[in-house]
Design a protein around this ligand. Structure first.
Ligand code: TXA
Ligand code: MG
Length: 340
């Protein structure tokens, strides 16, 4: 986007071969011309631009209102393209790529000179991911260049898992939104810094600690102080709905009702997301029965939060999650959404 430029945002479907091809051609045309396009990935929708074109990349920051010091992930569609974006490709990168790519894992590596400062926020490293979604894979291959893409939401809001979420939040700011269906993973990729020793898990994701440990052998948890300044997306407040979000554990419906009355918020402005102790719902605007399976929960979560916002919720009560490590990524997103 040239600063302040408005577009009539077109939405293109991909759920038939000829639609897929038409969307592919149009998206590639725009990207080749240095424009920004919203595209599906298996984690969340991304706001993509040619990663090798500094000017195109800087448009992403305008559209999202993103601070320039927050680096972007570079999306590739082959190992050779991944290697072309980095200065070193250590054996551990090869092992992790073999285990998890294409998929929801971002590897932080020393950057290649061809990657502009706009992508890395001037830092010495670059985050690389080979996504699994067939549309973005086809698009990268068609274009022949890697795509820099953050989640396609205005800074500090919830990531989009459906094309309509992008349209509502960024309509008019991008020329094209490609609809690739609901995101299969539903939360953002795991970010692993393998320039650190032991490798450091900067952002938990659906590829969880145990899965990583099986490949890396060792793992440091949580961002280092240095990484926090390099990766502001890891700061506490992030991914937040407009409504206040609280995480509660309750014994029974009576307890939940009492506590919700104490919140002082009127019942018709309260939404509840529960997965084990399901209340009847009669005391609230909406009750969402969430899946007990971690992957299904991740897939549903952001859509539910978007729906609460759209319905004008003032309080979202989420039932506390199990303490198991596979739930860590979801717990992390909820904790951030709940941060005051
Ligand atoms: O699943 C995903 O990762 C999605 C889809 C579109 O691929 N993308 C995404 O991008 O979530 P974004 O920009 O919303 O979040 C990327 C996170 C940010 O917290 C950023 O600070 C961090 O990754 N990051 C990117 N490059 C980094 C680097 N070189 N070093 C450390 N952190 C980095
Ligand atoms: Mg984001």
């Amino acid at each position: 986007m040239r600063k302040g430029q408005r577009y009539a945002s077109t939405m293109m479907r991909t759920d038939a071969p000829e639609l897929f091809r038409a969307a592919l051609k149009r998206a590639a045309q725009l990207l080749q011309a240095g424009e920004v396009v919203a595209v599906p990935t298996e984690t969340v929708y991304g706001l993509a631009a040619n990663a090798l074109d500094a000017q195109a990349v800087s448009r992403i920051f305008n559209v999202k209102n993103r601070p320039a010091h927050n680096p972007l992930i570079v999306h590739v569609a082959s190992l050779s393209m991944a290697k072309s974006c980095v200065a070193q490709w250590p054996p551990l990168a090869a092992k992790l790529a073999r285990a998890f790519w294409p998929g929801p894992l971002t590897l932080v590596l020393p950057r290649a000179r061809s990657i502009p400062d706009e992508v890395t926020a001037g830092g010495p490293t670059v985050g690389i991911r080979w996504p699994r979604h067939s549309f973005i894979q086809a698009l990268i291959r068609y274009c022949g260049f890697p795509l820099a893409a953050p989640s396609a939401n205005p800074s500090n809001q919830i990531s989009p898992t459906r094309a309509e979420h992008v349209l509502r939040a960024l309509g008019g700011k991008v020329p094209l939104i490609v609809d690739g269906g609901p995101a299969q993973v539903g939360i953002e990729s795991t970010v692993l810094d393998i320039t650190a020793s032991p490798p450091r898990l900067l952002r938990p994701g659906i590829i969880h600690e145990e899965a990583l440990l099986a490949v890396t052998g060792r793992l440091a948890r949580g961002p280092s102080r240095a990484a926090l300044t390099r990766s502001p997306g890891l700061l506490r407040k992030h991914y937040a709905p407009r409504a206040r979000l609280v995480i509660w554990r309750w014994q029974d419906e009576g307890e939940l009702r009492t506590r919700s009355i104490e919140s002082g918020i009127r019942p018709h402005k309260i939404h509840v997301l529960a997965h084990t102790r399901i209340p009847s719902g009669k005391d609230f605007a909406r009750l969402s029965v969430m899946p007990r399976d971690v992957q299904a929960f991740a897939r549903a979560l952001y859509s539910e939060l978007h729906r609460c916002d759209d319905a004008g919720a003032e309080l979202i009560i989420v039932e506390a999650l199990p303490y198991k490590s596979e739930w860590q990524a979801i717990a992390d997103r909820l904790k951030r959404a709940a941060a005051p």
